[in-house]
Design a protein around this ligand. Structure first.
Ligand code: NAD
Length: 309
């Protein structure tokens, strides 16, 4: 049985990753976070781990001796703009601490998710390529772009099998997201499911790439099972399912909730959203490890509302 360590396990992605690992891999799992364990952790082992601390990180690795690590601890785009220093420490110092510990304790495989936040405003808006020279305008984007480079560095320098996917906005119902720019999509569907109206913090015509969490998690597990010789990208692969604007999501919700109402009051997140691409080039993900999805927008909305109710 392999041993899997998850950092930031209490977050939006962690809640779903725990489930899919439990159901698809014969593994002993250690969940870690800086907040006390949430209900998704259930009866799995849980330890406090602040990834900013090199000492604590190494202590946990020394004790648990993981074979694989899923490093999810992060400060996302909206929170990162409120506290850029914290975003820098968690996303970069924390990631370095994890990568160092992986090398020191002979971890065989590491997953470190990235984000569309690595793109800046001058990147192509449609089919944004994996390699680009745009400069991100948020601290989140800056730290995640550097983290992608660290992934490639540790792969080349230490032969560490570190892998990354650039997720778009992720839509899920178990743990509400609270720190990102694409969170409006989840919030809007949650309000619709509860039959309350919603005030959206983005303009109605702002397109962003998105994906249903189930597809994101199934893709992640498939990607992690891919023979390393097939992987030609060691920064991060692009993945996404569909592009929609807040208004297009609203229209999709109306099919299931015809009385639902939305109004628009853009805030600081509008500028962040405008700096990101509308869609990503996913060709390499299809070619190298067979990326595919099951949920289109209609199916996503239907499944979300069903589960939230
Ligand atoms: N959710 C999305 O839409 C999305 C999109 C693109 C990329 N991602 C990436 O996926 C990963 C997980 O994101 P998420 O949505 O679960 O975020 P989240 O904010 O929901 O969860 C992050 C978790 O990290 C924990 N954390 C914060 N500081 C920590 C520290 N110092 N030490 C240990 N844990 C700490 C938090 O307590 C939280 O439980 C991140 O790398 C993020 O960049 C997420």
């Amino acid at each position: 049985m392999i041993k899997i360590l998850i950092t930031g396990s209490n977050g939006q992605v962690g809640a779903e990753l725990i489930r899919i690992i439990k159901s698809s891999i014969d593994a002993e799992i250690l969940c870690t976070d800086i907040t006390s364990k949430n209900k998704e952790v259930g009866d799995l082992q849980f330890e406090y781990l602040d990834v900013k601390s090199k000492e604590l990180t190494e202590k946990i690795f020394e004790k648990f001796k993981p074979d694989q690590v899923y490093h999810l601890a992060s400060i996302l785009s909206a929170s990162g703009e409120k506290d850029p220093y914290l975003a820098y420490s968690v996303n970069l110092t924390g990631t370095m601490n994890i990568l160092n510990a992986c090398v020191k304790y002979n971890v065989s495989k590491v997953f470190i998710p990235s984000t569309i936040g690595v793109y800046g405003p001058e990147a192509p808006k449609e089919n944004a390529p994996i390699r680009h020279s745009s400069i991100p305008t948020t601290m989140y984007g800056i730290t995640k772009a550097a983290a992608e480079m660290l992934c490639q560095y540790y792969y080349e320098k230490f032969n560490l099998d570190v892998r990354s996917l650039r997720y778009p906005g992720l839509i899920s119902y178990r743990v509400p997201p609270m720190a990102g720019t694409t969170d409006y999509a989840v919030d809007m569907i949650r309000h619709a499911a509860r039959n309350s109206s919603y005030q959206c913090y983005l303009e109605k015509d702002t397109p962003l790439p998105m994906m249903y969490m189930q597809d994101a998690m199934e893709s992640t597990i498939k990607f992690m099972h891919t023979d390393p010789s097939k992987l030609t990208v060691r920064t991060a692969y692009n993945v996404m399912s569909y592009t929609f604007t807040p208004d297009e999501l609203y229209q999709a919700i109306l099919e299931f909730k015809p009385n639902f109402k939305v109004d628009y009051q853009p805030d600081f997140r509008q500028k962040i959203a405008e700096s990101w691409p509308h869609s990503l080039d996913i060709t390499k993900s299809k070619e190298d490890w067979g990326f595919s999805i099951r949920f289109d927008l209609r199916k996503t909305v239907e499944d979300m509302i069903e589960n939230l109710q």
